[in-house]
Design a binder for this molecule. Structure first.
Ligand code: ACO
Length: 329
């Protein structure tokens, strides 16, 4: 049997920082409110000259280098993003050219769960012996979709990219993935304007429909219900139990969500990766960013079991149970 395993992880963050103190000068908010309600201290903002494909290409190139994979040996590139450079061509095609790849390339949009959806696609195609090496990237420039007069959203999000190389292996790495979607909750988190439903007009622009609109309370309730449920479903499919999980790596949307789901699953705080403080919510990039943090901390060891769990607009949710196969810290 051919298995799929993560053979490298990498991330890339813009240098420009937007601190809570900066936001205090822009909207009616406070460092104390943002930290206690979300756990965020600062987030990164992409350089004006950069688009999502630039961030994606930098994280992707680093992941390839760490895996020792030459650009010509990548069989497929999947970019998960909620903030594509443009409607088309795909951000994956733009990033593919920037990295010097020649493989098929496409985007998927499952909002903040996009990385888990992309991982499932990559692992499935490898296990089916259709591909050997897939580059999966989650990349976002969310700050361009933020209304910096709306304190309920502008304090939450940031820019960044994370990537993994997924390869055919004799060792079982990606053990199971469980995905879900509930389009009945689609209106809870949207960027309503600029698509085929509401093509952009001067009037829609003046109404701010190009920005993120969110019912934060309802998304919060959905997240703390969905994450424990889908984690248990994915674990059951892998034949493992909660006691086997060494690391819970949830989508980093709010530290309170992260800690609450850890408690609901009975996973101690020191086993729940909490990487939101310096990045904010980076949507599809947040899970590979958190995984890269964990890997670089030296705490992640070969054989460890990880539950990577996403949730987001759609509403979408998904969990991947992964056994870490990389030897070096
Ligand atoms: N600064 C100061 N006050 C604020 C701010 C702010 N930035 N934002 C809201 N407030 C105020 C509100 O106006 C409200 O005031 P009121 O009581 O006078 O009406 C008060 O703070 C409380 O507001 P709540 O919305 O109830 O605050 P809550 O504790 O629920 O936190 C938050 C809001 C952080 C948005 C939380 O609901 C949350 O994290 N939800 C989940 C969001 C999420 O995960 N989104 C990403 C999904 S993934 C994806 O697909 C992108």
């Amino acid at each position: 049997m051919t298995y799929a395993a993560i053979t490298s992880v990498a991330s890339w963050l813009p240098e420009r920082r937007l601190t809570n103190a900066d936001l205090e000068r822009m909207v009616d908010t406070s460092d104390e409110w943002i930290r206690t309600r979300t756990g965020i201290s600062e987030r990164r903002v992409a350089d004006d000259a950069d688009a999502t494909s630039d961030l994606a290409a930098r994280a992707g190139a680093l992941a390839l280098e760490r895996a020792g994979v030459a650009p010509g040996d990548v069989d497929m590139l999947i970019v998960a993003t909620s903030t594509p450079d443009m409607a088309f061509p795909s951000t994956a095609c733009l990033a593919q050219a920037k990295m010097g790849l020649t493989c098929p390339a496409f985007d998927i949009n499952a909002a903040c769960t996009g990385f888990i959806y992309a991982l499932e696609l990559a692992a499935s195609m490898i296990e089916a012996n259709r591909l050997t090496t897939v580059l999966v990237i989650g990349a976002e420039v969310l700050t361009r979709l933020l209304d910096f007069t709306d304190r309920t959203t502008c304090v939450l999000f940031g820019d960044g990219a994370g990537a993994v190389v997924v390869q055919a292996s004799d060792e079982a790495g990606v053990l199971s993935v469980h995905l879900g979607a509930d389009g009945g909750g689609a209106d809870l988190l949207t960027v309503p304007g600029g698509g085929s439903a509401l093509p952009m007009t001067a009037e829609l622009l003046s109404q701010g429909t190009q920005y993120i609109h969110m019912n934060g309370n309802e998304v919060y309730k959905f997240a703390v219900r969905a994450i424990p449920r889908v984690t248990k479903q994915a674990l059951a499919e892998s034949g493992l139990s909660l006691a086997d999980v060494d690391w819970l790596v949830p989508h980093q949307a709010n530290e309170r969500i992260t800690l609450t789901v850890g408690e609901r699953l009975g996973i101690s705080h020191d086993r729940v990766v909490n990487a939101i403080a310096m990045t904010g919510n980076t949507s599809t990039a947040s899970i590979p960013l958190a995984l890269d943090d964990l890997q670089r901390s030296g705490k992640l060891h070969a054989g460890d079991v990880l539950a990577l769990v996403g949730f987001g607009a759609g509403l979408t949710y998904g969990a991947a149970i992964v056994r870490w196969t990389l030897k070096e810290a």
